[in-house]
Ligand binder design. Structure first.
Ligand code: MRU
Length: 337
């Protein structure tokens, strides 16, 4: 995996040789973004079982549970992590049910899990491309689109959710330029979105988070599009800290605010966004910038890494199966079929 903590200064790839290394990479934000975390977790499960010395089914189940627990404990907000692990668990259980010798079953489990992880990666790319096809029409033919955090190829198996919609619109010939919020404190916008779009030749301008309102007030932003880490059944959306403020500003300035996310980001067990778990990360990510202390060392800092945007601020949710609008409880549910 590309080491996202080193971008844009260095493009370095990390090879994870066991599930513990994958878990550490997720926890340490070497890989981040909800769908990418899901893909990495699936790969981690496959890797863990591949390396497991278990020879019997009970021993293999014990190892599977330990691997799943370790990967599940890395980051709490992005539901794609738990979705991917559950999908791997289903393949694990189905693989156990064939009536062969223990050795044959253990071998089949290894192969099936590896294939499933690769399938999750391939599907994620196709899902992003489908979101691009559904969402491109919502973006203006010409003008500036604001995005927050990084919801691009780096945050997914490839192509991106919010940036995938932008990519699709640009490839249809739309004359779009992007304003990227820098996204304090981890700077996903400045470091990753700016890097990714510049590499693709999509015009991108960096702004600090507190400039967004000013540009909206001046009529310079035609639309906002962001990704999501978890969407409740009613459309309330958890995404990178600062997204809620952008949504309120967009509402005040009558700028459409779109969320692009795969169905695997929708948590239908939560009726509203109130109970979405919000990760609190180290305060050092707030008090330090590039390893340099920027606040008095004695002052405490808070670092909720996500916030929840109420559905009333969201103009539409773009998924791989189509575009949902209010009332989301019905429209999202209909997309699941
Ligand atoms: O803490 P991060 O960088 O993992 O947070 C990522 C985001 O908030 C993204 O916007 C979200 O996961 C959507 S990624 C397609």
């Amino acid at each position: 995996m590309i080491d996202q903590t080193r971008l844009p200064a260095e493009e370095i790839y990390r090879t994870c040789r066991d599930y513990e290394e994958v878990a550490e990479a997720i926890r340490g934000m070497v890989i981040r973004g909800a769908p990418a975390i899901g893909v990495a977790a699936a790969m981690g499960v496959a890797l863990g079982i591949k390396n497991s010395g278990a020879r019997t089914i009970p021993a293999l189940r014990h190892d599977f549970n330990r691997i799943a627990e370790t990967l599940s404990s890395t980051r709490p907000t992005a539901i794609n992590l738990f979705w991917a692990i559950e999908r791997m668990r289903r393949v694990f259980e189905t693989s156990l049910s064939c009536h062969n010798t223990d050795a044959q079953v253990v071998q089949a489990v290894r192969i099936n899990l590896e294939e499933e992880a690769k399938r999750i990666l391939a599907e994620d790319i196709a899902i992003n491309e489908a979101m691009g096809r559904h969402g491109a029409a919502l973006l203006p033919d010409s003008g500036t689109v604001l995005t927050h955090c990084n919801a691009g190829a780096l945050a997914t198996g490839g192509y991106g959710t919010a940036l995938g919609v932008i990519r699709a619109a640009v490839s249809q010939g739309k004359n779009i330029q992007v304003f990227a919020d820098e996204t304090r404190p981890f700077l996903q916008g400045a470091r990753l979105t700016a890097w990714e779009l510049a590499k693709d030749g999509i015009p991108v301008t960096l702004i600090t988070d507190n400039m967004a309102g000013h540009f909206m007030q001046q009529g310079q932003i035609k639309a906002v599009i962001v990704g999501a880490d978890r969407i409740a059944a009613n459309g309330d959306t958890a995404n990178k800290i600062g997204t809620y403020s952008v949504a309120v500003l967009a509402h005040e300035n009558r700028v459409p605010f779109y969320v692009a996310a795969p169905l695997s980001t929708i948590d239908r067990s939560l009726p509203t966004g109130e109970r979405i778990p919000i990760e609190e990360r180290s305060s050092a990510e707030v008090t330090q910038l590039g390893g340099v202390q920027i606040a008095p060392p004695s002052v405490p800092a808070r670092h909720p890494a996500f916030d929840v945007t109420p559905h009333r601020y969201i103009s539409a949710i773009i998924t791989e199966r189509g575009v949902a609008r209010e009332p989301y409880t019905q429209s999202l549910s209909a997309l699941f079929g």
